[in-house]
Design a binder for this molecule. Structure first.
Ligand SMILES: [Ca+2]
Ligand SMILES: [Ca+2]
Ligand SMILES: [Zn+2]
Length: 678
């Protein structure tokens, strides 16, 4: 996401406003539903903008009425929309099927489903959205479908800018295009990679799908990790020999709306930055932990890069460059202005400590984590303090300070309660302040949902999880626009994102799986918003599904990342094993169950099933991938098996460990996480 100043000079203006539909697009009222659907047993509300006294839920196929109810008041005066809002509660309808809601005033919703796998397609699309942002490679037609294209920004990507500390041409291809443009920015990669790897680290079983249909699907490694590795591989190229990290690679101006492989002109690498270096160290240290069980060589490379970046920061205690990165004269691409690098340093410190036990980094974290309050808001590209604190909360290492962890946990739960209050005061149950409807407001909604999920995982009430799901409902259609903000998801979704491939590929449908920024009350010189709205417009209305509206309808990797997190958390149909033909069949023959009890102290039961006889070892490793325990079970028959793993008598500390099955020296199952409490 960019601040106002970043985009002041803006991308090329596109004068297409004449033919754009209105924000509502319907003659009467909006009957806003989650267009991806509702799980059978979830609370189900449609929010309605025109008064009616009753409603029906109608089976879309048979046109028969399956449920009737009276409308409730949702809000007498909703601050975000300036409207009176009404609620149709059909929680009692649990039968799977395809439906629509019709009010007695004659307004109807789009079709939606009741299904326990409602959010699996959202998760899969939003993760694959990153694949569509890949730079430096072709997107082959069998994988990319209608949106295939040849390789972009390859051989001469890029030359060091005259203001950079290095000279010449560097090979810096790869990674993801940042947003609607083709630039690549290390600080925005920071929160993005941090969020994706956090999803896997906290909830590995929910993010282990290997069948998202990217080129690496079916290779036995979770596709989320394969996709993120594409970005990490580019990030290595942004690090200078002395450990510092260059800020970005872009052209001086935003590109025209052309396909990336047709984007001419020289791209530049801009100068070293301590915010970029801090984010880089944090990402690489986290990656070192997460990738360790899958690829120890890659993990070691990540850790070494993280250590060099951290050493660079330690040698340079003041922000670099002074005042934070600024575009040099003649450059107008994203500036990601940030004059405070203390949060990036804090995040680097905690991830380093958790990756390699660095005592100095641990001390740095303990001395600084509470200096600006603890969990005072959702994370953003310019402030990753909350990411740092949540990392420590989840951390498991000898010497970790349990009192500090508890203090972070309490702060997280307090913050979650404030988010619940915001939800309760909103007609659409949207858990952000009216002042939060700024550029990229949808990411604010998703980041608050993410923190609610963490709060529940850290011992909060079930209500936190329910409120998180309501935020996903908002993104997927329960909003004043009656629109799913995710391209390709839902009957009435974003069609004209500010996204160069979508605008120039000749394909009517936009590239799927991408999250619009959402309403922007600040308008930010956006010509489309400025033509329709003023400073007194209710904030949630300030949105237009128009390619020219870069301040409300752009997409960005840092917005998609928390969508992946939240949708993946709620996806029921996990698809954790490969379905692609020709891949190694072994993983599909073995199912490793979650241990029970978990968390545990003393001992826990690990159970699994085999489809054929084989030699089996049960391995337990710590978060660094170092072996903690290896149990040789020998030759086992096909069928269900269980074994007990005991930590009694060992010196292991409380925390998370990975366990998996091996046969003849190779991993043959999913990797799961167990939590030891002592
Ligand atoms: Ca994979
Ligand atoms: Ca910062
Ligand atoms: Zn590219």
């Amino acid at each position: 996401m960019r601040s106002f100043a970043d985009r002041m000079l803006g991308p090329p203006l596109l004068f297409v406003a004449m033919l754009v539909p209105g924000t509502s697009g319907q003659a009467g009222g909006i009957v806003a539903v989650d267009q991806a659907g509702y799980p059978s047993l979830a609370r189900k509300n449609a929010i309605v903008t025109v008064y009616a006294d009753s409603f029906q839920v109608i089976d879309a196929a048979t046109r028969t009425v399956k449920h009737r109810g009276a409308m409730d008041m949702a809000s007498l005066g909703d601050a975000a929309t300036g409207m009176e809002l009404y609620r149709a509660d059909f929680t009692a309808l649990t039968l799977p099927g395809e439906y629509l809601v019709r009010t007695s005033a004659g307004d109807s919703s789009v079709h939606f489903t009741i299904s326990d796998s409602s959010y699996s397609p959202v998760f899969r699309a939003s993760l694959k959205g990153f694949f569509y942002q890949r730079c430096g490679v072709s997107l082959p037609q069998p994988v990319a479908g209608l949106w295939w294209h040849s390789a972009c920004h390859t051989s001469s990507d890029a030359m060091f800018h005259a203001t950079a500390e290095s000279t010449g041409v560097a090979q810096a291809s790869g990674g993801w295009h940042d947003a609607g443009d083709y630039g690549k920015y290390v600080v925005n990669a920071g929160i993005t990679v941090g969020t994706l790897l956090m999803a896997y680290e906290w909830f590995p079983s929910r993010f282990s799908a290997d069948n998202i249909q990217i080129p690496e699907s079916g290779n036995g490694i979770p596709d989320l990790l394969d996709e993120t590795r594409h970005e990490l591989t580019w990030l290595f190229t942004m690090q200078a020999a002395a450990g510092g990290v260059f800020f970005k690679i872009t052209k001086p101006q935003f590109e025209a709306f052309v396909m990336p492989e047709n984007d001419p002109g020289q791209r530049y690498i801009y100068r070293l930055s301590s915010t970029a270096t801090g984010d880089f160290a944090a990402m690489m240290a986290r990656a070192a932990r997460v990738y360790r069980p899958f690829d120890s060589t890659f993990s070691a490379k990540c850790l070494a890069a993280a250590v060099r970046a951290w050493q660079y920061l330690q040698a340079s205690p003041s922000i670099i460059p002074t005042g934070g990165f600024k575009n040099p004269a003649g450059t107008v691409t994203g500036e990601y202005g940030d004059s405070d690098d203390s949060d990036e340093r804090l995040w680097a410190a905690v991830e380093l400590y958790l990756a390699n036990g660095d005592n100095a980094a641990h001390t740095y974290f303990l001395n600084n984590y509470s200096s600006k309050g603890i969990i005072t808001g959702a994370m953003s590209w310019g402030n990753v303090r909350t990411l740092a604190e949540c990392a420590y909360l989840r951390g498991a290492r000898a010497g970790i300070n349990a009192t500090v962890q508890e203090s972070i946990r309490q702060s997280l739960l307090t913050y979650c309660q404030s988010v619940i209050t915001l939800r309760d005061n909103s007609g659409f149950r949207t858990a952000i302040r009216t002042s939060d409807y700024y550029w990229g407001s949808n990411s604010q909604v998703m980041n608050n949902a993410l923190l609610l999920i963490l709060g529940k995982a850290a011992g909060g009430s079930q209500e936190l999880e329910e409120a998180a799901l309501e935020q996903l409902h908002y993104i997927l259609g329960v909003n004043v626009h009656g629109q799913s903000f995710v391209t390709g998801v839902g009957a009435r979704s974003t069609l004209r994102p500010h996204h160069r491939p979508s605008g120039s590929d000749g394909v009517a449908a936009p590239v799927p799986g991408l999250l619009s920024g959402g309403p922007d009350r600040n308008i930010n010189d956006d010509p489309v918003l400025a033509a329709r709205f003023t400073a007194s417009t209710p904030p949630a209305l300030c949105y237009v599904d128009d390619q020219g509206s870069y301040a409300s309808n752009e997409i960005a990797v840092n917005w998609n990342a928390p969508l992946v997190f939240v949708a993946g958390f709620f996806a029921q149909d996990l698809g954790s094993t490969s379905v692609s033909p020709g891949s190694d069949p072994l993983p599909r023959e073995i199912r490793l169950n979650q241990n029970f009890p978990n968390p545990f102290n003393g001992s826990t039961v690990i159970s699994f099933s085999l489809s054929r006889a084989m030699d089996v070892d049960v391995l337990v490793v710590d978060l660094l991938g170092q072996s903690v325990s290896s149990m040789r079970l020998g030759r086992l028959a096909a069928g269900e098996h269980r074994t007990i793993w005991s930590a009694e008598g060992s010196m292991l500390s409380s925390g998370s460990y990975f366990y998996f099955l091996a046969s003849a020296g190779r991993t043959v199952s999913d990797v799961r996480t167990l939590v030891l409490l002592r």
